[in-house]
Design a protein around this ligand. Sequence first.
Ligand code: NAP
Ligand code: G4F
Length: 349
Amino acid sequence: MIKKALISGITGQDGSFLAEFLLAKGYQVHGIVRRASTFNTERLDSIYADPHEQSARLYLHYGDVTDGSGLRHVIAKVQPHEIYNLAAQSHVRVSFDQPEYTGDVVAIGTLRLLDAVRDYIQNTGQQIRFYQAGSSEMFGASKPPQSEATPFYPRSPYAVSKVAAHWYAVNYREAYGLFISNGILFNHESERRGETFVTRKITRALARIKLGLQQKLFLGNLDARRDWGYAADYVEAMWMMLDAADPGDYVVATGESHSVREFLEAAGDRCGLDWKSVVETDPRYLRPTEVDYLMGDSSKIRKTLGWKPKVSFEELVHLMVDHDLELALQELTLAKAGHKVVVRGSSHG
Ligand code: NAP
Ligand code: G4F
């Protein structure tokens, strides 16, 4: 029997790594994609196959977690064994601008999916295992190191919505006996990270500055500390949670924390650039309430499921910088040929 997985948020950073991971494990992978006026499946390019081809194992379906009936149609059509709920308005600062929308997608979107799963299981008798993408942002102002036993103290509309989604998932597990696991993932980055998150904003900008395509990088709070891991390592943890004998809630983290300033230092070193001469602060990137210090204690998943991160902080910075230097080189070639290169990172996120 071929296992079928359905991923909401498949076009995002994690969705693309998870789809690759599951395809490599032999799964048939289905993804929910938002209709957009331009293609939004760039991160899936390396695994995309025309669905008309016999060998295709990746299928995309239009859908949106704000549209419950559409979600029910997709679940009935796909009949998945596993659902990974990764869809989110995932930008913390943007959630202060769009709190209601963020709540609708992140909290109620999760509830819509969970309720569709409950009905599907009741109506068909077929089981679905469910992964909920929780976040270390839920710990917010709680002191590090944060583990499964640490109280939630969310500091943004995004984080409050993730806490609600977490408890919806726990409630559906307890009330209906469903196999639902919450991952509480600390920050994880990659060469596919959205360009408005701080790590990628930095590596993209420093690489462009190095090649003379950009002059300045505007950032917010450089003192915030994060536990940064590599996204490919973290999607394996998601799968392990659904492959386990029992459902549960797990912190996924490296256990090492660095400030934004330290990330800049490491990225600047890799580029051969003095970051202090090109970085300026812009209050627009500050948050009304900040999360100062995240550092995870992931002993539970290490002991219970045998997960551990493979890529170190230094390796992560190096792979992101090297990738973005290559991208900047391509942009430079285009610029020299007379094409306009638009630098967006410094005016967003
Ligand atoms: P991401 O790159 O921002 O991807 C978010 C995905 O959600 C995209 O595919 C996006 O589609 C989709 N999406 C947004 N609104 C949607 C809607 N209304 N209906 C359906 N899909 C929608 O995020 P990520 O970094 O991959 O993170 C994946 C999940 O893990 C998110 O839930 C995030 O909150 C959570 N998380 C991330 C981290 C991290 O450090 N990366 C840590 C903890 C938790 P478009 O491509 O069309 O925008
Ligand atoms: O890269 P960030 O935007 O990530 P943040 O807020 O930690 O959220 C990410 O990780 C969460 C897991 O803990 C996920 F749930 C969430 O979906 C997302 O993936 O900001 C990191 C830190 C913050 O303290 C921020 O204030 O960097 C600081 N920062 C400083 N200057 C900046 C900037 N962040 C952004 N995005 N842009 C700046 O210019």
